[in-house]
Design a protein. Sequence first.
Length: 318
Amino acid sequence: MGASEHLGFRCVRGAGIRRLGRRSCNDNGNSNDGSNNASASAAAVDEEPWQDFVESAVLLDEIRKDVVRTHPDLAFYLEPDKGPRRYAALERILFVWSKYNKGVRHVQGMHEIVGTIHYVLANDLNDEWADHAEAATYWLLNTLMSEMRDVFISDMDESDTGIQGRIANMHTLLGRHDPEVKEHLEDCGIDASFYAIRWWTTLLSREFLLPDTIRLWDSMFASTHKDNFLRYFCVTMVMVIREDLLKGDFSTCLRLLQGFPPTHMDQLVESSRALWIYESQLTLACHKGCLLYPSDAAYRLLCLRRGCRRFLTRDLYI
C-alpha cells in the first residue's frame, strides 16, 4: 500500500476514532449526569464512526464511477499492469482531497482535471519526479482548486466567482465584442450554461485532444489571472466559429458549441491574448478620454483569423 493510499484510509478511519476519543473524554467528565443522557451519548458515539464510514463509501463509489471514464481511449490508462494502478491513484487523490475539503466535495469534472495532470507528471523525463507523480498531482490539484473552488460550490453559483457568475461575465464579454452572435444564440434559445458549464468545470479538457489541452493549460497555468484567461479564451472560441453559428439553428449551434471543431491551438491562444490586449487598449483609451476609431465585430473577427497581429496596431485617435 502506497503512502497516499495509507493516508487516505487512515484519514477515514482516524477521523471517527479521534471523534470517539473526544466524545469519551466528555462523557467521563460528565459522569454525574442522568442515565438517559449517558445512554444518548453512548448511542451517538456508536453511530458516528458508522456514519463516517458510510459517507466515505458513498464518496469513493462516486469517485470510482467518474475515474473509470477518464481518458478511456488513452493507452496510458489502459495498460494491463499499470493502467488499473494509475486509475487507483486518481481515486486516492480525489478521495483524500474531498475528505479534507468537505465544503466542496467531489464534483463531476474534477476527474478530467486530475487525470490530465497525472498523465503529464507521470510521463516526466526525470524518473525520480515521475515516481512521485501522485503526490505532485495532489499538490497541483489543491493549488488549482484554491483559485477555482467556488465553481464547484452550489451555494456560490450566483456570485462573481461561482459558475453562473463566471458564465455571466463571459456572456457579457461576448456581447461587447460580438453582439450579433450573442443575440443570435439568444434568439435560438441557447443559454450560455448549455455549453459553458462543461467548459469551466473541466477547464476545456473535453473540448480538445489531449495534446491541445496540455498546450492550453501551459498558457493558462502560466497566467497570473487564470479566470480572465479562461474567460477571454472561451469568448474567442465562440467568435472563431461565428459564421457557422450565424447560419445555424438551435441544434446546429448547440452541436458546434458542445463539440468544438478541430482548430490550431496556438492560434486560439494567441487570438485570446490579442482580444485581451485589444480590450485593454480600449479601456485605457476610455480612461484617458480618447476618441476611438469605430470598430465592429467583423473587423475583430478578421483580426482573429489573421493571427490577431492587427489587434496590437489598431489605430486610436487621441
